[in-house]
Write a new protein. Sequence first.
Length: 382
Amino acid sequence: MQNHFSSYRWRRYVPFLVFATVVAIVQLYAIAIKDPHFIKNAIQTLSNTKNRGNETLGPLHVLLVSYARTGSSFVGDLLQSVPDTFYHFEPLHFISNPVLNSSFDDARVLLNKVFNCNVSSIKGYLPWIQLHKEYMKLKRSLNYWKECSKKKKNLCFNASFVDSTCRKHKTVIVKTIRLKLREASELFLTHPNLNLKIIYLMRDPRGSINSRMKFPVSMWCKKDPMCSNPKYYCDSLAEDMKVACGLLKDRPEDFLIIRYEDLALDPFGTTDRLVKFLGMPSMPRDVEIFLKTHTSVIGSVREKYRTQGVDYAYSTFRNSSITAMSWRQQMSFKRVTQLQNYCQTTLTGMGYYPYYTVSNLRSNVNFDKNNDDAIRSYCSAN
Ligand SMILES: *[C@@H]1O[C@H](CO)[C@@H](O)[C@H](O)[C@H]1NC(C)=O
Ligand SMILES: *[C@@H]1O[C@H](CO)[C@@H](O)[C@H](O)[C@H]1NC(C)=O
Ligand SMILES: *[C@@H]1O[C@H](CO)[C@@H](O)[C@H](O)[C@H]1NC(C)=O
Ligand SMILES: *[C@@H]1O[C@H](CO)[C@@H](O)[C@H](O)[C@H]1NC(C)=O
Ligand SMILES: *[C@@H]1O[C@H](CO)[C@@H](O)[C@H](O)[C@H]1NC(C)=O
């Protein structure tokens, strides 16, 4: 009676199994009460690990290329809300502000080191960051700051700790407003070992120029023609358009154009494109939470942000649809007409329509919802 015997033995363990199951359920319940997203996150982490697959390529390097007052801090924060990322905020500020023609090679060398989690080999970089705490280079790397603050405070400014933390992550992100697209995209050629993807963030130049006229941005903006001289800025954007057409043709998998207005009006749809471009099958939960909490003004968030030492002008908490469009109520029609002349190429290529009457300016959004079509037809005609 072998069968009878073994089933009898099995039954002896039933009380223990029941006990263990109850303990496990109680534990899980306690965790789930503390962190309602725990189970969902755990499942997501497992599926992300499964989806990694082609790990031979090593970490992904994402460069966000943009200009002053285009929403680049917002997009930077959106990108660093993706799990398992390390974010570098404006490392090129270290070279000079703005980065001059003679320094583009240095800029690319520096970016290569930053992407390779090798800031300890950049002479003077961390001491400079520590000396200029007001720029908050590391504080704006939110995950890192959380991590290093848990330990001794001065560990945050320890280059080898920055590097070792950076190396633990699957994706390294750099944001810059200090390189034009041509200089940035040359990284593909000068540093082919990088596993590089470039995101080019565009905003209607009429909107970003309007925003630059305001204090405190206007203070530093004066020193940089890219920021303060609309003619110079528009000419540079037109040059970017040519480069962008080439990249869209040659490297469609490594180059993406995102418009700030699309993000403001349709944060979820636009972010979906962004995460797909980065190779994720669906929008991570953390990114969804970021969008829900950062694309609208909530209560006294502005005050709260200020007490953390961040000037509201640079904060990413705002009603994004108001901010994106407010220039239309603020700028004189004459000024708008002038900028439309300077920036004609970019407006056409990026699907921003010109305004010919004041009433249209004040009341119509008037940009092409399908940016891809606008760019494609611009590129094929030029
Ligand atoms: C690597 O990627 C290629 C192309 O996307 C795919 O066909 C292949 O199955 C992947 N390999 C692994 C191990 O996931
Ligand atoms: C930088 O170089 C470009 C082209 O090489 C030139 O048109 C531009 O005037 C230069 N800018 C400065 C500030 O030297
Ligand atoms: C960091 O950069 C230095 C100097 O360029 C180089 O010798 C070293 O191999 C780099 N380390 C890593 C881990 O890339
Ligand atoms: C910096 O951090 C490393 C570990 O990441 C540690 O070995 C080293 O002693 C630290 N240096 C200082 C000056 O604290
Ligand atoms: C943001 O502003 C728009 C336009 O006025 C408005 O429709 C929307 O409800 C606002 N969103 C929030 C969350 O306040």
